[in-house]
Write a protein that binds this ligand. Structure first.
Ligand SMILES: O=c1[nH]c(=O)c2[nH]c(=O)[nH]c2[nH]1
Length: 304
């Protein structure tokens, strides 16, 4: 056999941690994270010779998540916690050349009772805040943030016309349909070094809220009249473009928007007269199959 090339990484996936911060005035803050760590390191002998002397045990990685969570004395974004972990693994271990940290934050939101925010009560929301951070030993970084499972639907102002018709096509053209999707978004920041990451405690939280608002506003359009969608592709493009236009520091954004179909219901039989005739009112909700539409939009620097 010719020589072989080995590329490898190892880590711990889905380390679950909940962290409470207690303010002296009785107000609590809470996050729940699922943390995945992957380390690039010089530990080839473990693969080739059964020699584990350069291996950071994945159990140690798991323990480190709890130690670092304890050491963070103030509420922080999943991006900032991922950066804390990435810095730690690349500086503490000589063998580790890069760390890739993924975090999914569960959407625990402070509960309101009679309009008043509760001190220590939370309820689970829907879409999740995600991040992927890569930290290299040199101090080079890449930060990606995301949203997972943002389910949105509008009952009109959507259609699909003018597509290819051939002998396999039966879908009628329409200017009136439901539009439903579950947006997965991930966007990249332009920071290239640890030193260039903004120090503000709320920076990544604010960016997350800004991107989510722009995505939602653009999907629906104005509260009266909305905005017509000629396809999921077009709506996706306008959502991504609006994020680049309105949220500074986002250098590219990927959107995945499955087209979740609501099928018109018509019920009739040979013997029965029509008992349900579809008039844009009664639908069969489905989750599969679904259209699968995704695109990435990036800023390109003008050459001028
Ligand atoms: O918005 C849509 N885009 C498509 O590509 C497509 N294909 C399809 O069957 N329905 C739709 N709707």
């Amino acid at each position: 056999m010719d020589g072989v090339r080995l590329e490898q990484r190892h880590g711990k996936a889905r380390v679950r941690v909940g962290r409470v911060w207690r303010e002296p005035n009785g107000r609590h803050h809470f996050v729940e994270w699922s943390v995945s760590i992957s380390l690039l390191s010089d530990c080839l002998p473990a693969y080739t010779h059964g020699d584990n002397s350069d291996i950071v045990a994945t159990d140690t990685m798991k323990n480190t998540v709890y130690v670092k969570a304890k050491e963070c004395m103030q509420p922080l974004s999943p991006e900032d916690f991922a950066i804390v972990l990435g810095k730690h693994f690349t500086s503490f271990y000589q063998q580790v050349t890069a760390a890739i940290i993924n975090i999914v934050e569960k959407p625990w939101e402070r509960i309101k009772i009679n309009g008043q925010p509760h001190e220590h009560g939370f309820k689970l929301g829907s879409e999740k805040h995600t991040t992927e951070v890569v930290v290299k030993k040199s101090g080079a970084v890449q930060v990606i943030s995301g949203i997972e499972g943002l389910a949105v639907l509008k009952t009109t102002q959507s259609g699909f016309e003018g597509f290819i018709r051939d002998k396999y096509t039966i879908l009628p053209e329409t200017r009136e349909r439901m539009l439903a999707t579950e947006v997965t978004a991930s966007w990249r920041y332009p920071f290239e070094t640890l030193a260039s990451i903004p120090a503000e405690q709320l920076y990544f939280m604010e960016k997350y809220m800004d991107v989510k608002k722009v995505l939602i506003d653009t999907f629906f359009g104005p509260t009266e009249g909305g905005v017509y969608s000629p396809s999921v592709q077009s709506t996706l493009y306008h959502m991504a473009k609006a994020v680049l236009a309105r949220v500074s520091d986002v250098s590219s954004i990927q959107l995945k928007m499955p087209n979740i179909h609501f099928l018109p219901v018509n019920l009739s039989s040979k013997d029965n007269p029509i008992i349900v005739k579809f008039a844009d009112d009664v639908y069969l909700p489905t989750d599969e199959p679904h259209g699968s539409i995704e695109a990435t939009l990036s800023r390109v620097r003008s050459k001028m």
